[in-house]
Write a protein that binds this ligand. Structure first.
Ligand code: FES
Length: 234
């Protein structure tokens, strides 16, 4: 099978890439940084976090680069002042929606949301915060879910379904009220389908799912992104 290539421009870079890839995948392969949270190579794309937005020359609206395929002659702008402002707002909205207090979070210094807030220069949250008190489930022998930290990226749901193949995790409710549930909204110790594989904790970008008593630096420092990608290619 012949693989078709397309030529495009991302910022000042002239790039030739395989047809079918997304803008974000192409950017990552070419060492171009586009902020993102819900995307994880090897998992399906949901376009949930909207941090990866880019501008396309000749188009008025913004596009989620993780779910927009590349095309011939495309000219992508990844880092304009407009995009920076939108991304800062998005980070602030994520921080305001639940109880994100870094100093008392297990993911402090190992959190992708915190790292992006730092990188994008978010120094305060301009929106009224919702001090949620969602259910924290620590009934599993070592896995914990703190729904107050969840940013609804659904990486955990997708890795459980697409890589582990059990679909023990899912979402209930809608919009910002959505909640990650285990099986039929059971407590984790009653969830018959969970294999306790820990993949959900490894891919969680924040401190919402973690392994009790284990530093997040250890949980996450296992090349999970490469692992997910290698499983997907098989
Ligand atoms: Fe593209 Fe989240 S990474 S929308």
């Amino acid at each position: 099978m012949t693989t078709k290539t397309v030529s495009l421009k991302i910022d000042e870079h002239e790039i030739t890439a395989q047809e079918g890839k997304s803008i974000l995948e192409t950017a990552i392969e070419n060492g171009i940084d586009i902020p993102h949270l819900c995307f994880l190579a090897g998992l399906t794309k949901t376009g949930a976090c909207r941090l990866c937005i880019v501008e396309l020359k000749g188009q008025a609206k913004l596009f989620a680069s993780c779910s927009t395929p590349i095309s011939d002659g495309m000219e992508v702008i990844t880092n304009s002042e407009k995009l920076k402002a939108y991304r800062k707002n998005t980070i602030q909205l994520l921080l305001s929606e639940r109880t994100h207090v870094c100093s008392v979070c297990v993911a402090n210094k190992n959190c992708e949301l915190q790292a992006l807030a730092d990188k994008l220069g978010v120094e305060h949250v301009a929106f009224e915060r919702e001090w949620t008190s969602e259910n924290v489930d620590s009934s599993h022998p070592f896995l914990v879910i703190d729904r107050n930290r969840c940013i609804l990226c659904t990486r955990c749901v997708r890795v459980c379904d697409e890589i582990e193949g059990v679909h023990a995790l899912d979402l209930k409710l809608r919009g910002k009220d959505s909640q990650i549930i285990v099986d039929f909204d059971d407590s984790w110790d009653k969830a018959a389908s969970c294999t306790s594989c820990r993949k959900c904790a490894k891919v969680c970008p924040v401190g919402a799912i973690y392994v009790e008593g284990e530093p997040l630096s250890e949980t996450k420092d296992t090349g999970i992104a490469d692992f997910v990608l290698s499983r997907r290619k098989k």
